[in-house]
Design a protein around this ligand. Structure first.
Ligand SMILES: *Cc1c(COP(=O)(O)O)cnc(C)c1O
Length: 468
């Protein structure tokens, strides 16, 4: 299957050392503590509002921040920038069909473009969309299309200390009860994410995906996968689920996708590109509608908001992303950072997820009330300490209940240290761990925040705060 990049899955290594060497470097700037205190104050204590030049180690997100390979950069020169029918689109389409197994592909500028189209073609007002924990943009598009999101993830996912191998799994009893209660005709699809970002990058097992599919199919309900980090999920299946240890990640990915009817995808994560995404479907009628609607929101159905060169880089990135050596080193680096923090006694979500280490801000700052935004406050202290940029995943990200207008209070109040793919070294991870430990040592003097500016949609991106 990996025609271009041979898979090295049969080479036994002692550690997760990277299967690449560095060819180009990008200098980063160190700042003084005084500069950082001024910068975060000016940014309203929101790390999204910092200038990247003022950041030393940027663990805000793994989205669009990966380093491309020389093969991907070479592919950029082969961009066919025709308005219609670019050869790079056909290469991308074939690569998605081969690796993810879906029949039809609609390119989009990034994941949320695909989410918008999927929600618009499948949801009618009053519908209910069950999912294994919400994701910010996914749920918003479902709500804007008139649906109510219902969380059907296993209970343990809300407990950061509970060590389960597949904490992203769907609670099948909860799903069955929901179908019984609201009726299958009000459920346009099940929104299955693998891995589950908001639960800490936790995977879904193959057995669970199969059972969700069987239950849904019995009621004529489709399963739509958020495939953003499905390769990382496949790696966890290989490592943790009986029967998969000797199977290549590429094969596991295809089997996993076979239990779903389509997917939305942010190419900015697994697929190792800075921009791009797609919607994939097996149903010809849905594809017909999606390829019509993409023209309204994204661009023609053979580019969907991407340049030809972007599609070429993503096609090559997909092939690289499923290579066992790549994914092992990628997740290995995340586990390395997580292990260091666990050993130092820092409260983190267990087990360590695929793309990030999540600090448990409730346990970090037990003296702060959730309405004093402990995770937001912690992210700001980390930046002041070392120029390390992280992100809040707690009450700010959860937003307000559209019915009551009150803050939603998620059980998990987290700070995410997200590792870009193929970008930082082990020394950067060591420094990150030292900074977190230093902030942890000062934890009892930490103060909370007050919200002073709140945007209407996805407020975590642009909200502003003052320190109490
Ligand atoms: C990033 C992400 C999305 C949205 O994709 P974008 O490319 O940022 O629009 C959807 N789902 C998950 C799980 C994500 O992490």
């Amino acid at each position: 299957m990996n025609a271009e990049i041979p898979s090295n899955s049969r080479i036994r290594r002692r550690s997760w050392a990277e299967p690449w060497k560095v060819k180009v470097v990008e200098p980063i700037r160190m700042t003084s503590r005084t500069e950082r205190e001024a910068a975060i104050r000016e940014a309203g204590y929101n790390t999204f509002l910092l200038r990247s030049e003022d950041v030393y180690i940027d663990l805000l997100t793994d989205s669009g921040t990966s380093a491309m390979s020389d093969s991907q950069w070479a592919g950029m020169m082969l961009g066919d920038e025709a308005y219609a029918g670019s050869r790079n689109f056909f290469h991308l389409e074939r690569t998605i069909q081969d690796h993810y197994g879906y029949r039809f592909v609609v390119p989009t500028h990034q994941g949320r473009g695909a989410e918008n189209i999927l929600a618009r073609i499948m949801i009618k007002p009053g519908d209910v969309v069950p999912g294994n924990m919400y994701f910010t943009t996914t749920r918003l598009h479902q709500e804007l299309a008139g649906a109510t999101f219902m969380d059907i993830i296993v209970r343990e996912a809300h407990d950061p200390t509970c060590e389960l191998p597949f904490k992203g799994n769907v609670d099948l009893d909860a799903l069955a009860a929901l179908i019984e209660r609201v009726g299958a005709d009000r459920i346009p699809y099940i929104s299955l994410a693998a891995t589950v970002n908001m639960a800490g990058g936790q995977p879904v097992s193959m057995a669970n995906a199969r059972e969700v599919h069987e239950l849904a199919a019995r009621h004529g309900i489709k399963v739509m996968l958020d495939a953003t980090r499905a390769v990382e999920n496949a790696y966890f299946i290989q490592q943790r689920e009986p029967g998969y240890a000797s199977k290549p990640v590429a094969e596991i990915l295809r089997e996993f996708c076979s239990y779903t009817d389509g997917c939305t995808m942010s190419g900015k994560k697994d697929a190792l590109v800075n921009i791009g995404g797609w919607l994939a479907l097996n149903d010809g009628n849905l594809y017909e509608e999606a390829s019509n609607l993409v023209v309204v929101y994204e661009g023609l159905h053979t580019y969907g908001g991407m340049a030809g060169r972007d599609m070429e880089a993503m096609a090559r990135g997909i092939v690289e992303s499923v290579a066992d050596d790549h994914i092992r080193a990628r997740v290995g680096q995340v586990e390395y950072l997580g292990r260091k923090l666990i050993d130092a006694g820092v409260p983190v979500v267990r087990p360590i997820g695929g793309h990030a280490v999540y600090l448990d801000a409730k346990a970090f700052y037990p003296h702060l009330d959730q309405e004093q935004f402990p995770a937001q406050a912690l992210a700001a202290y980390l930046y002041e300490d070392s120029g390390l940029r992280a992100m809040e995943r707690g009450i700010v990200s959860a937003g307000r209940d559209p019915e009551t207008g009150r803050h939603r209070h998620p059980a998990l109040e987290l700070v995410r240290l997200t590792i870009p793919r193929r970008v930082y070294t082990q020394a950067h991870m060591d420094l990150t761990a030292e900074s977190v430990v230093a902030v942890h040592e000062e934890r009892m003097t930490a103060r909370g925040l007050r919200l002073v500016h709140e945007p209407r949609y996805l407020r975590f991106f642009q909200a502003r705060f003052e320190r109490l």
